[in-house]
Ligand binder design. Structure first.
Ligand code: ZN
Length: 213
C-alpha cells in the first residue's frame, strides 16, 4: 500500500516506478520537491505497524544518509504519514539516530532575535541546495513511539532541537521556508521560482541527481 502511495505522489520526474519489483532490501527513495500537495498538507497518524512500515523506515534512513541529510519526514518521500527519521551525532561524535512515529513536540519560547546568516542557516531536502536563516526555539521535548509502538521521549537542545522542529513541521504540512521572515521569504520564493519548482511533479534522487552539493 505504501509503495502505491509513493508512486501516486510522483509525477513526471519521479523515479519510484523504475524501482525493480521485488524491491531490494533497501532503496533510496526519490525526495519530493516543494510544490507537491503532499508536502503542504498535514500528515495522518500511523495506525498500522507492520513489515511494510519497517521497510519504509529502512528506506528513509538510506535516503537520508545518501542525500545527505540530518532528518527526513514521510511526506518528503510521498508518504503522508506522521513519521520522521533523524541522524545527528552528539558533541562527542556518538551516533544519535532514530525514528519518531506519531510524535508530539513541546518547545521553549522562540527567541525574538534577528536570524543570524551563519548560526541559523537552515536547509531542507525538499528545497534542495538552498539555505536560509531561521530563528528556532533552543529546546524541544519530543515524545513519540518507535517501530514496536514503544513510547520514548528525547530532550533536545540547539541544532538537535532545530531538527525536531523542522521535521515535526513537515508532518503539519509546513516547510521551513514558510516560516522565514519577509526578506528571506522573498529570496526563498524567488529561488523556488527560478528552479522551476513550486508545482507538483518535481523530485530528486540522492545518488542520481546532484542537488544538495
Ligand atoms: Zn525539510
Amino acid at each position: 500500500m505504501l509503495r502505491s502511495i509513493i508512486e501516486a505522489h510522483h509525477g513526471r520526474t519521479g523515479r519510484a516506478a523504475a524501482v525493480p519489483y521485488p524491491e531490494p532490501a533497501m532503496a533510496i527513495l526519490p525526495i519530493i520537491i516543494t510544490g507537491n500537495p503532499v508536502l503542504h498538507t498535514p500528515a495522518k497518524p500511523v495506525t498500522v505497524f507492520d513489515d511494510e512500515l519497517r521497510t519504509l523506515v529502512d528506506d528513509m534512513y538510506e535516503t537520508m544518509l545518501a542525500a545527505p541529510g540530518v532528518g527526513l519526514a514521510g511526506p518528503q518521500v510521498g508518504v503522508p504519514l506522521r513519521i520522521f527519521v533523524y541522524n545527528y551525532p552528539d558533541d562527542e561524535g556518538n551516533e544519535r539516530r532514530g525514528v519518531a512515529i506519531n510524535p508530539e513536540l513541546w518547545i521553549s519560547p522562540s527567541p525574538v532575535d534577528e536570524p543570524d546568516e551563519d548560526a541559523d542557516s537552515e536547509g531542507c531536502l525538499s528545497v534542495p541546495g538552498e539555505r536560509f536563516p531561521l530563528v528556532r526555539s533552543q529546546k524541544a521535548l519530543l515524545r513519540a513511539v518507535d517501530l514496536d509502538q514503544k513510547p520514548f521521549e528525547i530532550e533536545a537542545e540547539g541544532w538537535f532541537a532545530r531538527i525536531f522542529q523542522h521535521e515535526f513541521d513537515h508532518l503539519n504540512g509546513v516547510l521551513y521556508v514558510d516560516r522565514l521572515d519577509l526578506v528571506y521569504g522573498r529570496r526563498a520564493a524567488k529561488a523556488v521560482r527560478r528552479a522551476g519548482w513550486g508545482t507538483p511533479g518535481n523530485s530528486w534522487t540522492p545518488g542520481i541527481d546532484d542537488l544538495e552539493g
